[in-house]
Design a protein around this ligand. Structure first.
Ligand SMILES: Nc1nc2c(ncn2[C@@H]2O[C@H](COP(=O)(O)OP(=O)(O)OP(=O)(O)O)[C@@H](O)[C@H]2O)c(=O)[nH]1
Ligand SMILES: [Mg+2]
Ligand SMILES: [Zn+2]
Length: 296
C-alpha cells in the first residue's frame, strides 16, 4: 500500500498527494473502507491502493489534531497574517487572533504583510511587540520575505488565518504555484461538474501544503478557564513561573513577575493590557454562568 495526504475532497472522491513523489491520485472511498463508517477529511494521512490511474482509500492513519470551519486535520502550524497599514489592524485584534488560533494549534507563526506601505517606526514597533514569535516581515506585492516564509512552511501543513484584507490569499498565491491547484481536476478527469465541498490543501513547490481559511479566525472566547489565558501569551506564561503564587493571574497579586517585567518594559504594555482584557472577559462570562445556575 502507498501512503499520502488527502488534499481535496469531492462528493464521492478525494485527491491524495503521495507521501514520496507527491503525485496526485483520484481515490474512491468504496470497498472495505466505506463500511468502516469513518469520514475522511482534508489533511488526513491515508493508506491507498492504486490500480492504473485510479486509487482507493484503504485506511486513515491516526489524527493528531483538527480545526473546524473549515475542517482540516493534522495541522502542523497556523500562519497568523496581519498588516498595520491598509488595514491598520489594532494590536488588540492581533492578540485576540493569535490567542484564539493557538487554542486549537499551539504552533503559531506570525507574518506582517504589506511592509511596502508600512513606515519604519511601525515596523520596529511590531518587531518589538511580537518578537516572542517566529516572525516574518513580508510584502506579497514586492515579493520580499517570501522565500524565507516558504522555507518556514517546508514539509508542513500550514493554515493561514487573520483578519480580512491583510493579504492572506495574495501571500498564498505568491508561495504556491497556482497552476497546480486546478490542474488535476480540470485537465485529466471529467470531474468538472463536481465542486469542492471543503477547503483544499495547496502544494508548495519545495514541499508542504497551505490552506486559506477565511472562516477560521474568530475572536470569541468560550470554554476557556481564566488560568488558561496566559498560555496564549508565551512571554507572560514564561514569566509566570517566577510569580510568588502558583495560581497568579497577574492582576492584583503581590510579587508578580509578569507585572514586574511589564513595568521594566520587557513585556510589551499592549500585550499585558490585551491579556487582561481577555482574562476579564472570560471572568465576567463565568460570573454570568454562576448567576444563571442560581436562578434555576
Ligand atoms: N500594498 C500591498 N497591498 C497588498 C499586499 N498584499 C495584498 N495586498 C492587497 O490587499 C488587499 C487584500 O488582499 P487579499 O489577499 O485579498 O486579503 P485576504 O487576507 O485574503 O482577505 P480575505 O480573503 O477577505 O480574508 C488586496 O487589494 C491586495 O491586492 C502587499 O504586500 N502590499
Ligand atoms: Mg482571501
Ligand atoms: Zn503573576
Amino acid at each position: 500500500l502507498k501512503r499520502g495526504v488527502i488534499i481535496s475532497f469531492y462528493s464521492n472522491f478525494v485527491i491524495v498527494s503521495d507521501e514520496i513523489d507527491r503525485s496526485e491520485t483520484l481515490c474512491s472511498l468504496r470497498g472495505r473502507f466505506k463500511l468502516s463508517n469513518i469520514r475522511p477529511f482534508v489533511g488526513d494521512k491515508v493508506e491507498y491502493s492504486k490500480d492504473h490511474d485510479r486509487g482507493r482509500i484503504e485506511s486513515i492513519l491516526p489524527r493528531r489534531n483538527m480545526i473546524e470551519k473549515p475542517r482540516i486535520v493534522n495541522v502542523d502550524q497556523v500562519i497568523a497574517v496581519f498588516s498595520v497599514s491598509k488595514p491598520d489592524v489594532p494590536y488588540s485584534i492581533i492578540d485576540r487572533t493569535i490567542a484564539n488560533v493557538s487554542r486549537s494549534i499551539p504552533n503559531v507563526l506570525v507574518v506582517l504583510n504589506k511592509t511596502d506601505i508600512t513606515d519604519e517606526k511601525k515596523l520596529e514597533e511590531f518587531k518589538h511587540i511580537y518578537g516572542v514569535y517566529t516572525l516574518y516581515l513580508v510584502s506579497a506585492y514586492e515579493k520580499t520575505g517570501i522565500d524565507d516564509l516558504r522555507s518556514g512552511l517546508k514539509d508542513k501543513i500550514s493554515v493561514f488565518a487573520g483578519p480580512s484584507g491583510v493579504g492572506k490569499s495574495s501571500l498564498i498565491n505568491a508561495i504556491t504555484d497556482l497552476n497546480l491547484k486546478t490542474g488535476l481536476i480540470s485537465d485529466k478527469t471529467n470531474l468538472g461538474k463536481h465542486t469542492t465541498t471543503t477547503v483544499s490543501l495547496l502544494k508548495i513547490p519545495n514541499g508542504g501544503f497551505v490552506a486559506d481559511t477565511p472562516g477560521f479566525t474568530t475572536t470569541e472566547f468560550t470554554n476557556v478557564a481564566p488560568e488558561e489565558v496566559q498560555k496564549f501569551f508565551p512571554e507572560i506564561f514564561r514569566a509566570s513561573k517566577a510569580c510568588a503564587f502558583d495560581d497568579c493571574l497577574h492582576e492584583f497579586e503581590p510579587e508578580c513577575k509578569v507585572k514586574e517585567l511589564v513595568e521594566k518594559g520587557e513585556i510589551p504594555n499592549s500585550r499585558y493590557k490585551n491579556y487582561l482584557s481577555i482574562l476579564n472577559e472570560i471572568k465576567s462570562q463565568k460570573i454570568g454562568d454562576v448567576r444563571l445556575d442560581k436562578k434555576r
